[in-house]
Design a protein around this ligand. Structure first.
Ligand code: WQD
Length: 337
């Protein structure tokens, strides 16, 4: 009995593969490598001693997904596959809708055909929109965002809920990630963005390694303790363990639950910069810049549902996240290249 990870070669997928293997699960990965490296597979093997079975396929192509189910006994699916860049999604929204919705629909269709009843979805705190006030809890109304990426997450949550309502034995957990950073402490797997990073931590580490000249801090006049944006940064290893807990829960329940994966604490952009400097004995040149369009001032989770329902909580600190992010970047200055 295996767990299929679609998009399992990516940043969060690869860390989840490691934690599932560590917990004794058989892991199978399906990924078209559109935004990931084949080297991830060897790295997972180095860390765990096990090389997952790998299918280089596009999970929007139904016959290819059916083949994976025909050749294996798949007990559950963790669905990561999808495009994930917010700014890119505003430039090419149709590609985001086509790819993200198609992959989700195809995977769910094949699960129904093959009577596979356990599903975990890689959703995002972006579904809380800009009207709710942090801490965000799972009962709050969700809303559309200003970008197609966020809207695909919201739509897929709805698709899963409708599908779940039609199939009593189906079980799904919609995991709403806050801001995953950090890397595996081995320094063998981590975040490897293509081109100029959009997200804070890869920008910091690329500045530290000398690829970028300085970090632009977007907005210093927010209603926050130091004026910079506040986010719930979560170590990717904690996040990955949240998926293990979610699969364990979903395998023995029915119906759909949305669950936040966050620490429950907010840290400001400047706090992250200072913790990074302290943890790694480095200096990050910063330039204070105007706000970035579309950003909210403060986002952090109410993390109690994950603890009550899944028995999971984040354990690693911002210091750990900063240390491990740098350890990954300095050992892999060009990512997997
Ligand atoms: C965090 C803070 C920025 C870069 C986004 C998506 C979300 C999820 C994760 C993923 C903000 C500030 C950033 C920089 C900065 N998506 N910042 N300088 O926007 O909270 O979440 O990524 O796949 O759905 O919306 O994360 O890391 O981009 O920004 O000052 O160079 O850092 O303004 O306050 P965000 P982020």
């Amino acid at each position: 009995m295996a767990i299929l990870l679609t998009g399992g070669m990516g940043f969060i997928g690869s860390h989840t593969a490691v934690e599932l293997i560590n917990e004794g699960y058989e892991v199978i990965i399906a990924d078209n490598l559109s935004n990931s490296s084949p080297k991830v597979l060897e790295r997972i093997e180095t860390i765990t001693g096990t090389k997952p079975l790998f299918y280089e396929i596009d999970v929007a192509v139904k016959k290819d997904v059916e083949k994976v189910f025909d050749e294996n006994k798949i007990e559950g699916v963790v669905h990561f596959a999808g495009y994930k860049s917010v700014p890119e999604s505003t430039r090419i929204p149709l590609s985001y809708y086509r790819n993200n919705i198609d992959t989700a629909l195809t995977v769910l269709e094949v699960m129904k055909e093959r009577d596979c009843r356990t599903f975990v979805f890689s959703s995002s705190a972006t579904v809380y929109g800009d009207k709710n006030k942090a801490p965000f809890n799972e009962e709050m109304p969700t809303s559309t965002s200003t970008n197609a990426y966020g809207n695909t997450k919201l739509m897929i949550e709805q698709i899963v809920r409708d599908f779940s309502a039609s199939w009593e034995d189906f079980s799904a957990v919609l995991l709403r990630y806050f801001n995953p950073i950090g890397a595996h402490p081995s320094g063998l797997i981590g975040e490897a963005p293509d081109g100029i990073p959009n997200n804070l931590m890869p920008y910091i580490t690329q500045t530290a390694v000398g690829v970028r000249e300085f970090l632009g801090v977007f907005g210093t006049d927010y209603d926050t303790p130091d004026g910079t944006g506040v986010r719930d940064f979560i170590h990717v290893v904690d996040l990955a363990r949240g998926h293990v807990a979610a699969i364990g829960y979903a395998l023995k329940s029915k119906g759909t639950e949305a669950v936040n994966l966050g620490t429950g604490n907010g840290s400001s952009v400047l706090e992250v910069v200072h913790t990074f400097e302290e943890a790694n004995d480095l200096k990050i040149p910063v330039k204070l810049l105007p706000r970035r369009p579309g950003d909210v001032a403060t986002s952090f989770a109410l993390a109690t549902k994950a603890k009550e329902l899944l028995g999971w909580e984040a354990k690693l600190t911002l210091f750990d996240m900063c240390k491990d992010s740098w350890n990954w970047q300095k050992n892999n200055p060009k990512g997997y290249n």
